[in-house]
Design a binder for this molecule. Structure first.
Ligand code: C5P
Length: 363
């Protein structure tokens, strides 16, 4: 019987889901603010942010994989590995052995499988900036929830996941609940929304934003389910898979940078133009989100990940009430209650045979 990994007695599954919901709320607000609050001529390069995101995630995953490599690849004949805080861990011979093992694992014959989600995620991460630049934060966040339905569709198609009738009903409720919250947001601020849809000074283009968000929902569903498929159909460590994902992301992340680079400025100058504290903040939250997403996909699944991000809509709104004195309306409460009921319905044990049948190994 696999042990359930936990932190202070709370299963990692729940910790990672709640953390992801909080991270999503913060990212939506900061990404939108960092793109829209400044004139377009002073905005930072989104492709640079995407590349930095992949580089940082790759390095962090590599460091974690390095520390864990004895545990994940040792044979039973090996002696117990020392903790990385002890000097024995850093003995040059041991370090060299670990580096060799790591290289063997990262460049294993099946590593190319990660190239597909890597390319899809790079496209998605770039599209996300296009959408956040062209839509109001709330509109973006709610329409991005369509990825729940694309994810369910790809889970059924690729993972042969079978959803019970009540789980499909829960997904439908979720989409309706999200729509109700959306109505309340749009009717609450008609002038603001109309200006973002039609004509405004910050050159938002709602159609462009909407198309970007729809395409991002498609790549999110496909990439997430593909990553889950690779992760759960093999024994490789999650952090090795993350390193492979970042490695294969580097080339596609460089493409928009090379294509759009103006030839007159220096490389570093054009890459990091206007890259201030908000840009770095957005990248940092995105790196954190990528790592938490990987944990959620491992310890839970992509469909439950969708529910966590829906809850983030409720969290962001409550944060707005607390911080900016927003009024809670009846429609918002109704939408939130529907989202919460949908989450509860999806997780009913007796009614979700597929969830129980869908097994995966936990290291
Ligand atoms: O919107 P969605 O939940 O699909 O976004 C997933 C995000 O998590 C993407 O930005 C992707 O780059 C990141 N990710 C990651 N590592 C994984 C899986 C996803 O960094 N193993």
């Amino acid at each position: 019987v696999p042990t359930v990994p936990s932190l202070c007695g709370v299963p990692l599954k729940y910790i990672s889901l709640i953390t992801l919901a909080l991270q999503n709320s913060l990212l939506t607000i900061i990404m939108h603010y960092s793109r829209v609050s400044i004139p377009p001529s002073e905005s930072y390069s989104a492709p640079t942010a995407v590349l930095l995101n992949e580089l940082l995630k790759g390095f962090i995953s590599l460091a974690i994989a390095f520390v864990r490599i004895d545990r994940t690849t040792s044979h039973s004949s090996d002696t117990v590995s020392p903790s990385f805080t002890s000097s024995a861990f850093w003995h040059p011979d041991k370090v060299l052995t670990r580096v060799r093992r790591l290289a063997r694992e990262v460049f294993s014959p099946d590593c190319w499988k990660l190239s597909i989600p890597a390319i899809l995620y790079v496209i998605q991460n770039n599209l996300q900036y296009v959408a956040a630049t062209n839509l109001e934060a709330a509109t973006f966040q709610v329409s991005y929830q369509m990825k729940i339905l694309t994810t369910a569709a790809f889970s059924v198609l690729l993972l042969r996941k079978q959803l019970s009738a009540s789980q499909w009903l829960a997904l439908l409720c979720l989409a309706i609940g999200v729509g109700i919250v959306q109505i309340q947001t749009t009717t609450d601020e008609p002038a603001k929304v109309a200006s973002s849809l039609l004509f405004n000074g910050t050159s938002m283009n709602a159609l462009k934003g909407f198309l970007a968000v729809m395409a991002a929902c498609f790549t999110s569903g496909l990439a997430g389910v593909y990553f889950e498929m690779v992760l759960k159909n093999s024994q490789a460590d999650l952090w090795i898979r993350n390193v492979q994902l970042s490695f294969f992301s580097l080339l596609p992340a460089l493409v928009p940078i090379v294509v759009s680079r103006s030839s007159d400025a220096g490389v570093m100058q054009s890459l990091f133009a206007n890259f201030g504290v908000w840009a770095w903040g957005t990248v940092a939250i995105q790196v954190f989100g990528g790592l938490v997403t990987a944990l959620v996909i491992k310890y839970s699944d992509n469909i439950l990940k969708g529910f966590a991000t829906s809850l983030s809509i409720v969290i962001s709104f409550l944060a707005s009430v607390a911080l900016f004195d927003f009024q809670v309306t009846f429609t918002f409460i109704l939408g939130s209650v529907v989202v919460l009921i949908a989450t509860w319905l999806y997780n009913q044990p007796g009614r979700s045979p597929a969830a129980a049948r869908f097994s995966f190994s936990v290291k």
